[in-house]
Structure formats: C-alpha cells, structure tokens
Write a protein that binds this ligand. Sequence first.
Ligand code: HEC
Ligand code: HEC
Length: 297
Amino acid sequence: MSILRKLLAGLVAVVGLLAVAVFGMSSYRMSRTIAFTDGAPPIPTDTATLARGRYLATAIAKCTECHGADLGGKLAVDAGPVGTMYGPNLTSGVGGLGPSRTDADLVHAVRHGLGPGGRKLRFMPSLDWSGMADEDVGAIVAYVRSVPPVDRTMPASVVKPLGRALYVIGQLPLHEAELIDHTAPRAPRPASGATAEYGAYLARIGGCTGCHGPGLSGGQVPGTPPEFKPAANLTPEGIGHYTEADFFTALREGRKPDGSAIDPFMPWALTKLMTDDDTRAIWKYLISVPRKPFGNR
Ligand code: HEC
Ligand code: HEC
C-alpha cells in the first residue's frame, strides 16, 4: 500500500470512530431521564379560562406553530442535515397523546420539557416556559383538553448525524430540560396590563427571549442552520429608531420601519394575534432593557 493509501485508510478509520463516538455519546445523553415532580396546578374548565388558554396557546406561547392550529400535530421544522421536527398530536383522536397523558404530564411537558417517566422531550422550547405561572399553564392545559379530537399519526422527530454532533458539542439545545433548573422557585405572576413588568413576563413565555436571546440582543437562533436569518437585536441598540406604532406594524404586518419585510421565521403571523395591551407591555419592556451590541445574547 502506498503511504497515501495508508493515510487515507487511517483517516477513514478515524472518521468512522468519531461517528461511532458521537452516536454513542448522543444516544447515552438523549436517553438519560430527569426524575422530578412539579405541583399539579388546578385546571379550571370555565369558558373564560378556555378562551385565555386558547389565546396563550396561539398568540403567546405559540404551541400551534409546532403542534398545528388544531393541535393534531404537524411537520414543524425541516432543518436539513440537523434533523426534522414533528410536533405530536396532542388531541384525543387516533394517534393523539391526549388519552395517555394526565394533566400533570401536560404541565410537566410545558414547564419542564419532560415526558412521562422523566423522558427529556426533543425540541420542546420549555426553557421559556419554566417560569410560567400556575394559572397560565393551567389555562393552556384546559384548552388542550378541550379541543376536538383529530385523527392524525405523526412520525417521531429525527435527529440526524450533524444534529447529534452539534448536540454533543453543546451547540444544539435539543433537550431544553437539561437547561432548566427544575426546582427553582417561580416568581409570582405580574398583574396583566400594559406595563414593562408584565411585558418582561410575556417576552419570556412568548418566546422572544428564546429566539432573540436572554439579553434580547439577537444573533443566530440556537440550533438553526446558517441559512436561517439571525434574530434581530431588540435592545435599544437595534430598535431604538422604532416608535411604538412601528413596533405594532412589525408584530402585526411583518414590516420594518423602512417598509422592508420581516422574514416569516419571525412568527408575526401569530404575534399579530396579541392584544393591544400585551403588545404595548412588551414594547414598554423592550425600551427599558439595557442597550447591547448585536449577538451579545
Ligand atoms: C418549537 C416547537 C414546539 C412548540 C412551540 C411546542 N411544542 Fe410541544 N412538542 C414539540 C415536539 C417536537 C414534541 C415531541 C417531543 C418528543 O417526543 O421528544 C413535543 C411534545 C409535546 C407534548 C408531549 C409530551 C409527552 O408526554 O410525550 C406535549 C404535551 C406538548 N408538546 C405540549 C405543548 C404545549 C402545550 C405547547 C405550548 C405551550 C407546546 N407543546 C409547544 C415541539 C413543540
Ligand atoms: C422563532 C424565532 C422568533 C421568535 C419566537 C420571535 N422572533 Fe422576532 N425575529 C426573529 C427573526 C429571525 C427576526 C429577523 C427577521 C429578519 O431579519 O427579516 C426577527 C425580527 C424581529 C423584529 C424586527 C426587527 C428589525 O430588524 O427591525 C422585531 C420587532 C421582533 N422580531 C420582535 C419580536 C418579539 C417582540 C417577539 C416575542 C413576542 C419575537 N420577535 C419573537 C425570530 C423570532
């Protein structure tokens, strides 16, 4: 064998070993469970609560983006070589998870990113919701329970080799359950209203921080391929030129102040459903956060 051939054979062996190591390490971490029990908040079923649950599940927490408008499941994201994410059917129809899950299981899924037996859920963005108040998670669960059954069987999400490699090196937050402090005390829910304080709560449970970063300064959304648009800087450094009316236009019509379109990856099709008060609350909060350079997270 020539030296070149030997080198090549060696390289192939190394790459093969690496692939096996990545597969082994990722499988091991993916299968570890997290044992934890949250309290089971009351799940009221009055019409006002159901309406609030529906609003939270669509306009704020955006469950429908991944689980479908009918909560019957959908192909949520095809991230090419990273993987494919399917939101499961949450209803009580054929293929739905509803009947096999208790209310406490649903609360666990939302606030902790955990399934029955402490299984770490893939791609559930629960970090944003770990601080969600009892009454809000209770309303969401009540709403999930109230939707008509949908017969639809969804495939399980797939994590492809690149996704596994990114996960192993800490670049893909596949299981947000690993990032949550499951026993942290929950802050009391601020009173609803067009205040910066309530806006801070909404920006978190509304996923603004999930995509735009905990410090809201924008940058590549964790786990997205490079061709995805980075999230914008929402601190005064980025939207200091906005008026409150510009902010409403951005969140409701998907247009920036210069008239250019906002990429639909920014879920303005759902933020447009937010009430005036809630939109104003987030605006008041954003203009109060410290200025940060782009991508500083
Ligand atoms: C970014 C996409 C995304 C969003 C948004 C999302 N989910 Fe999920 N959800 C998923 C995926 C993917 C799974 C499947 C995870 C798995 O089985 O590993 C899942 C699983 C679940 C499960 C099943 C857990 C189990 O017991 O197996 C429940 C319940 C659930 N989600 C509820 C919700 C609710 C309620 C909301 C809104 C508050 C929501 N999800 C928002 C992606 C999402
Ligand atoms: C799923 C990820 C995601 C979520 C959730 C999200 N955004 Fe965005 N947002 C983006 C991306 C990506 C862009 C950049 C789009 C572009 O450049 O065209 C963006 C752009 C924006 C812009 C336009 C900024 C500019 O450049 O003028 C505003 C305003 C905005 N987001 C506000 C919000 C608010 C407020 C929330 C929470 C209610 C939120 N976003 C939630 C991903 C997200």
